[in-house]
Design a protein around this ligand. Structure first.
Ligand SMILES: C[S@@+](CC[C@H](N)C(=O)[O-])C[C@H]1O[C@@H](n2cnc3c(N)ncnc32)[C@H](O)[C@@H]1O
Length: 188
């Protein structure tokens, strides 16, 4: 979240400097504030409903990848990918890795970084309305309420054998196949 706010502030400053240097200062500050608010509104909605942007800690990030045991034939989704760092790490080991997020600044930043990761994809989108038919691995780092929603809405549609790896928060309705360092692995 802090990184998103910093990003928006930097972006806002750049926009204001450009507007003033092209002498289009007629654009009232309240329009600029309104524009910036629209920019962060979807991310705020996501943060309050399913989880704010807090990247998985370095050690947990490694544990998630270890438990996933990724190979070239894997198709990975990160549900709420933030700045995409887990997607980029996964894309080096899997056939394809895709992350969805609703935070516009983070998605723009992630899309830029994905230029350097050919097997990674960062998409703007709501995790609850996507299609995960081809998923073999799903990563989550979402609040307990969102994990409940995941179990109810996403889990029944996943194909048999899909590995679901959740950082920090369990799916209370299920027994994990493995647990390490507060990272939970479930098998569909
Ligand atoms: C705790 S962060 C996890 C970041 C990353 N997966 C990781 O492990 O480092 C949760 C992310 O989920 C995103 N998010 C929450 N609800 C979402 C939704 N409904 N659709 C898309 N993204 C969502 C937030 O914007 C935030 O970036």
């Amino acid at each position: 979240m802090a990184e998103a706010i910093i990003f928006v502030l930097i972006l806002g400053t750049i926009i204001v400097v450009i507007l003033y240097s092209f002498n289009i200062a007629w654009l009232a500050p309240e329009w600029i504030v309104g524009f910036l608010f629209l920019l962060i509104a979807p991310g705020l909605y996501a943060a309050f409903t399913s989880g704010p942007f807090v990247p998985s800690a370095r050690k947990r990030h490694k544990t998630m990848l270890k438990l996933a045991e990724l190979t070239d034939s894997d198709v990975v989704y990160d549900l709420g990918c933030g700045d995409g760092r887990l997607v980029f790490s996964a894309s080096k080991l899997a056939g394809r890795a895709c992350g969805y997020d609703l935070s516009i600044p983070l998605v723009v930043y992630g899309k830029f970084l994905s230029l350097f990761h050919p097997r990674a994809e960062i998409q703007f989108g709501n995790i609850w309305t996507q299609n995960y038919d081809d998923a073999t691995v799903i990563f989550c780092y979402l609040l307990p309420g969102a994990m409940k929603q995941f179990h109810k809405e996403v889990w029944p549609k996943l194909k048999k054998g899909t590995r679901v790896i959740s950082n920090a928060f369990e799916i209370h309705e299920l027994k994990p196949f493995k647990k390490e360092d507060k990272v939970y692995l479930y098998l569909v």
